[in-house]
Design a protein around this ligand. Structure first.
Ligand code: CA
Length: 448
């Protein structure tokens, strides 16, 4: 989710909320996949909108985030809400519903702090995956699978999405419905605030209207629509507009209640993955070993080859297990560079990326699903990195690459596809292994 100039404000396709700390770490890490972001018109990682790729962080200078702009927007809040009535009406919201739920709205200014807060350093992807895919989460997930087996049986048949993927999303979005993971903020208050105040108003206007539509239909009771500060709600953290597209009634009560109904939660999440292109019975990707002398520049998400072709290049699964469907196409991803595990990524990985376009997120989901299915840990350990890069360091890497004449898009601190390709080229010219991985060592090399 993110790249170049576009702070995807337009037609939203959005998602979901891993715990806030993790989300912020990811945002700060710039662990986002521009390709995925471009494939969808917007994207949000973890229940909040895409990071501002133009707007500086920490309120630093976005014209809508200055203290004066915030105060003015706050004062104008009632008028702003009232002015959205025609939009709501056009989407089938009744005057009665609109008045009932907007009459007592108060802006939640604390949200503006969350919107721009970032840790100083990003979290290395290995630490991120290890934090999310724990033995405890695997154990809990197996209990969930056992408890709701009959529902999973039915949902798997109806939607063609395997139960492990759905459970992994449930487990990572909210630790299987833990209230702390879901969040306790009133969704309408959050999205109303964000629709009228701060730098993401266009984006959240759609979420506000969608929330009113949900309340109009009575799919989820008002008091049960609680979630993250950015409006993602329920155990699998649907944003209101995602809910509108993907939620289904699977227990037959006429309501699509992704908060209180386990069948609706499971089926709606499966339906979302299915519409994002999930193919039943197929892997999301494979961990692979690379041969001696491998050309690391093939690790590029625009380089797609069949598994048979990768196999011919010596890219094999650990232990030499054959690829079940050699004609499937895949790209090679080295999420932590040459010193970490390598993966061939296929269509189901991209389905997860549509759900939430960050490699770290999608990898955690895919890996947890495999663990739930009975699979083991990755065979190659993650590199031991003390810390990720700071935003200043990421900007410096981009600035230096731009100075060298590389086209890396905007210098925005988000190290996307163009930056990775430029890094690979720089590494190759400098006699380094061109794995495209930006870390402290790379920056030191650039400074020399
Ligand atoms: Ca229902």
């Amino acid at each position: 989710m993110a790249s170049t100039t576009c702070e995807k404000t337009g037609g939203n396709r959005t998602r979901h909320g891993v715990g806030l700390a993790a989300a912020i770490a990811l945002l700060a890490a710039g662990l986002v996949t521009p390709a995925a972001a471009q494939a969808q018109t917007t994207g949000s990682i973890f229940g909040f909108p895409p990071p501002a790729t133009q707007a500086p962080s920490a309120g630093g200078g976005h014209p809508l985030m200055t203290p004066q702009a915030l105060a003015e927007a706050k004062a104008n809040f009632p008028q702003c809400i009232a002015a959205m009535w025609p939009l709501a009406q056009a989407k089938g919201v009744s005057r009665r519903t609109f008045d009932r739920y907007t009459g007592r709205l108060e802006p939640q200014m604390k949200i503006m702090d969350f919107m721009d807060s970032q840790p100083e350093f990003s979290k290395p992807i290995g630490a991120y995956v290890n934090m999310l895919v724990t033995d405890w989460r695997v154990k809990k997930g197996r209990e969930v699978l056992e408890r709701y087996k009959a529902i999973f049986d039915r949902a798997e048949k109806a939607y063609g999405v395997d139960r492990y993927a759905v459970t992994a999303i449930w487990g990572i979005e909210s630790t299987y419905g833990d209230p702390d993971g879901i969040g306790s903020r009133n969704v309408l208050e959050s999205v109303a605030t964000l629709a009228c105040i701060g730098r993401r108003q266009d984006y959240f206007r759609d979420e506000f209207i969608a929330t009113l539509q949900i309340l109009e239909k009575g799919d989820v009771p008002y008091d049960h629509m609680k979630g993250s500060w950015a409006g993602a709600f329920g155990p699998t953290q649907f944003m209101p507009t995602s809910f509108q597209r993907f939620a289904v009634d699977f227990d037959g009560d006429g309501k699509r209640n992704v908060v209180d109904s386990i069948p609706d939660i499971i089926a709606s999440t499966a339906n979302n993955l299915k519409l994002d292109g999930w193919e039943f019975g197929k892997a999301w990707g494979y961990e692979v070993d690379l041969p001696q002398g491998f050309d690391y520049r093939l690790a590029n998400r625009n380089v797609r080859k069949s598994l048979a072709e990768w196999n011919a290049l010596g890219v094999r699964r650990p232990g030499g297990t054959a690829y079940p469907r050699p004609t499937e196409t895949a790209y090679l991803l080295l999420p932590a560079g040459a010193n970490g595990p390598a993966f061939l990524m296929m269509k189901n990985f991209e389905a997860i990326l549509k759900y939430n376009p960050a490699d770290a997120y999608a990898l955690a989901i895919g890996h947890l699903a495999d663990r739930l299915r009975g699979g083991g840990a990755f065979s190659q350990p993650w590199p031991k990195e003390e810390r990720g890069l700071s935003k200043a360091e990421r900007l410096e890497i981009q600035g230096r690459l731009a100075q060298m004449g590389y086209d890396i898009g905007n210098v925005d601190g988000i190290l996307g596809q163009k930056t990775r390709i430029a890094i690979q080229d720089f590494q190759a010219r400098s006699g380094l292994l061109p794995d495209g991985y930006p870390d402290v060592a790379l920056l030191q090399q650039m400074r020399r």
